[in-house]
Design a protein. Structure first.
Length: 72
């Protein structure tokens, strides 16, 4: 996945950088910024999860619903 593909996918999913960082989860939007600018390579696991969220909207909905949910 290229940086542009990641940005396009995030926008198609309707996620802010903050939301994507929380879904993955990564340390914050700086990581997303580095991936989208090409400063850091996008891990294959991240690319796969993005592709799954694009293919299966229910997965995206489920993951986004967990962003503010308490850990159980």
């Amino acid at each position: 996945m290229t940086p542009k593909e990641l940005t396009d996918a995030r926008l198609r999913l309707g996620l802010s950088k903050e939301q994507l960082a929380a879904v993955l989860p990564v340390s914050g939007i700086r990581t997303i910024d580095k991936w989208e600018s090409g400063q850091r390579g996008i891990p294959d696991t991240v690319a796969t999860l993005i592709e799954v969220m694009l293919e299966f909207p229910g997965v995206r909905k489920y993951l986004v619903s967990k962003i503010n949910s308490p850990i159980r």
